[in-house]
Design a protein around this ligand. Structure first.
Ligand SMILES: [Fe+2]
Ligand SMILES: [Fe+2]
Length: 265
C-alpha cells in the first residue's frame, strides 16, 4: 500500500477504535520503512469528501448540544466526550491532508510530521475513551457537535488554507483551553483524565509547530509574506474572530508569534 492508500483506508473506517488501530499500525509501517531506508511511496488516492464515522454519537448543531455544568460529574463526562469527538476528528484531519494535497510535491519530512501526529491523535482518542469507560460511559453515549469537518471541506482545494485554519487556528485554540480543562479534572481528583489531558497538551504543541513549519515552507516556496498570507487565508476560510485569552507562551513555542493571531481577534 502507498501512504495515500493507507490514509484513505483510515478515512473510510467508521468505528473509532478500529480507525485508530489502523492509524497507529500504518504509522508504524511508515516509520519502519523510513528507518530501513526503503520509504513507502506517497502515491495518489482520492480521499472521501467526508470520513466514515460510527452511527453514534448523534451529531447535532452546536446550539442543540445540551450544556452541562463542568463542575458536576455529568459535566465532566460531557467534557471528556467532547474531547474524544475532537480527537477522532483530528485523526481524520491528519490523514486527509496527505492524499488531498498529494499533487503538491513535499519533502519527506512533511509526511513524517503528519503521520506522527496522526498516530498521536489516535492515542489521544483512545486515552479519552478509556477515561469515559472508567466512568461507565463511552464515546457515542452523548450527542456531539456536527460541522467539525467543515474546516476540512472549506479548505479542500487550498493547501495553505488548510494549514492556516486547522493546525494554526483550531489546534492552537486547543493550547489555549486545555490548561483550564486540566484544572477542572485536577479539582475533581480525576487522575486518569488529568494524565490523559497532560499528554494531549504536551503533544499538541508539536502539531501546531508542524503546521507553522510547513506553512512557512510553502510561503517561502512562493515568495509570500507568511503573516500577510496567514491573515488573508484565515479571514477567507475561518468563520468568526479568534478569541483571547491566548496561551502566548505555548503558541510561541509552536512558532506562532502574537502578530499572527492578535490582528484576527
Ligand atoms: Fe489531539
Ligand atoms: Fe493535534
Amino acid at each position: 500500500m502507498t501512504l495515500c492508500d493507507m490514509a484513505v483506508d483510515v478515512l473510510t473506517t467508521a468505528d473509532g477504535r478500529e480507525k485508530t488501530r489502523k492509524s497507529k499500525a500504518y504509522a508504524k509501517a511508515w516509520f519502519d520503512a523510513r528507518e530501513a531506508g526503503t520509504p513507502l511511496e506517497i502515491g495518489r488516492a482520492t480521499p472521501p469528501l467526508r470520513p466514515s464515522r460510527p452511527d453514534r454519537p448523534e451529531l447535532l448543531d452546536p446550539r442543540d448540544v445540551p450544556k452541562r455544568k463542568p463542575g458536576s460529574p455529568a459535566g465532566r463526562i460531557a467534557l471528556l466526550h467532547a474531547v474524544a469527538h475532537i480527537e477522532l476528528n483530528a485523526v481524520d484531519l491528519h490523514w486527509d491532508i496527505i492524499p488531498r494535497f498529494a499533487h503538491v510535491k513535499m519533502p519527506m519530512g512533511f509526511y513524517d510530521d503528519w503521520v506522527k501526529s496522526a498516530a498521536e491523535e489516535s492515542k489521544h482518542f483512545n486515552l479519552i475513551c478509556d477515561c469515559l469507560e472508567s466512568e461507565n460511559s463511552f464515546y457515542g453515549a452523548l450527542p456531539a457537535h456536527a460541522g467539525m469537518w467543515r474546516a476540512a471541506e472549506d479548505t479542500a482545494d487550498d493547501f495553505m488554507g488548510r494549514l492556516a485554519v486547522v493546525p494554526m487556528v483550531l489546534e492552537a485554540r486547543g493550547l489555549d483551553v486545555t490548561p483550564g480543562m486540566i484544572e477542572i479534572f485536577r479539582k475533581a481528583k480525576a487522575t486518569q483524565a488529568v494524565e490523559a489531558l497532560e499528554t494531549i497538551y504536551a503533544e499538541e504543541v508539536g502539531h501546531v509547530a508542524y503546521g507553522s513549519k510547513w506553512f512557512h515552507f510553502l510561503c517561502g516556496r512562493q515568495d509570500l509574506d507568511p503573516k500577510d498570507a496567514f491573515h488573508e487565508l484565515v479571514r477567507k476560510y475561518f468563520h468568526g474572530a479568534l478569541k483571547p485569552p491566548f496561551n502566548e507562551e505555548k503558541r510561541a513555542e509552536a512558532g506562532l508569534p502574537p502578530d499572527f493571531y492578535w490582528p484576527l481577534t
